[in-house]
Write a protein that binds this ligand. Sequence first.
Ligand code: GLN
Length: 446
Amino acid sequence: MITLKEALKLSPQELDSLREDLKEKIEEKNEVNAYIDVNVVAEGVPIAIKDNIQVKGWSVTSGSNILHGYIAPYSATVIERLLEAGCSPFGRTNMDEFAMGSTTESSCYGKTLNPHNHDCVPGGSSGGSAAAVAAGLAVAALGSDTGGSIRQPAAFCGIVGMKPTYGRVSRYGLGAYASSLDQIGPMTQNVEDAAILYDIISGYDPKDSTSINMDTPKISDRLDPDRKLTIATLPEYIKDASEDVRKAYDKAIGALEAAGHTIVEKELMDAKYDISAYYITATAEATTNLARYDGIRYGNRKEGENLKELFVKTRSEGFGDEVKRRILLGNFVLSSGYYDAYYVKAQKVRHLIKEEYDKLFSEVDLILSPVAPRTAYEFGALADPLEMYLSDIYTISVNLAGLPAISLPVDTADNGMPVGLQLIAKAFDEQTLFDGALSLETQLKS
Ligand code: GLN
C-alpha cells in the first residue's frame, strides 16, 4: 500500500483510482470486517476513521446498538484538520463498544479478524483501524487511546500507533469514554507517516477546554533519527511478559545500542496499582459520559409506558454486557459510601504514577516498554473481564500520566504474530518520541 507521505503527492485523478482500488480490496477481504461501512468524502487522501469520531452527515455509533440511527451533526476537529491538509475521511472502522475492550469482540457489528491470523483478535478497542492498515485496506487511520486502544491493536497487527500527550489533539467530536484519558492518534504503516498524521491533527482547539494552548511545531519536517538519546529499560517491570515479548525487548535494546543510544536500567512501581487506578477512574468517567444515552436525544429509542420505562428499556437493550458492567462499576466507585475509599484513592495513585514518571524523565529521554504481555490472543481467550483488564498493564499508566507514546513493530514471534513495543516520552516531547522511534525503526531494518 502506498504510504501517506507518497499519497499526499497524488493528483485528484490518482486519488480517485486509489479510492476505487481500496474499495475493491475491502470487498475482497470482506471477512476481516475492518470497516463498518465505506462512506467517502472525495477530496483528499483517504484516511480510515474509528467509529467514535464524528464526520458530519455520517452515521457514528461507537460500535453500539444504542447509537443506531444517529447521524453526526458536525465534524470532529480532527476531521476538519484532515480536510484542510488534503486528506479526507474514508470509511468507519470497527471498535469495541464505546472503546471499552482490548479485542474488538464487543462491537455490535461483530468481531474484526487479525489479518496475520484469522483465529486471533486484532486487539482493541481500535481493532478495525489497525486491521485496515495491516491488511492494506487503508493508507492510514485514526484511532483513540484511553488506556492503550491505539498502541495495543497496532502491536497486535504489526503497524505503528501513536498516542499523543493529553491535550495535544482536540477531543471535540470524539465520543467520550473517559475524558481525562482519551486522546485521538494516528495508526500508520511507518513512523514517518505517524509523524505526518500527528502534525495534521494536533494543535490548540478552543472548542476543547482541555486542549493545550501552546506551540505545536511540525515534527515531520524535522525528524532526526541520528540524535543520541538516553533510553530507560525496565528489567523488573517486564519480567511477567511472555518469552516472545522479552525476546523482542532484547532485540530492541540491541538495535538502540547499535544506533548509538545510551541504555540505562530503571524501574517503575508495580504495575498492578495502575490497573486498579485506571479501572476506577475510567469507569467513573464513563458512567458520567454515558448517562446522556437515554433514548431522548441520541439514536435508538425503545418506547415504554412512561419515561422511566423508556430509559430503562433503551439502556437495557441498547448497551452490551461490557458497557453495562462498567456503568455498574463506575456508579459503585462514585457512590457516597465508597467515593473516598475508591475514587479518591485512585486519584492519589494516579498522582504517584505521574510523579514516578516525572522523576524518571529527569534522568532519561525515553522509556522502552512492552505494549502487551503477549502477542494477539485467540478469539475468546479474554472472555473473563478481569483477565482482560489485567492485559492492559503496560499501556494504561501512560494515559494516567498524560504522556505521549508510540508502538512500533519490533519482531515476529515463533507463532508468526507481530510483536510491537512502545517508546514513552515526557509530556509534550513528541519530537524526541518520533526521533527515537524513527531511529529504532531504521536500525531494525538495516
Ligand atoms: N482496554 C482498555 C479498556 O478497556 C483501554 C481501552 C481504550 O484505550 N479505549 O478500557
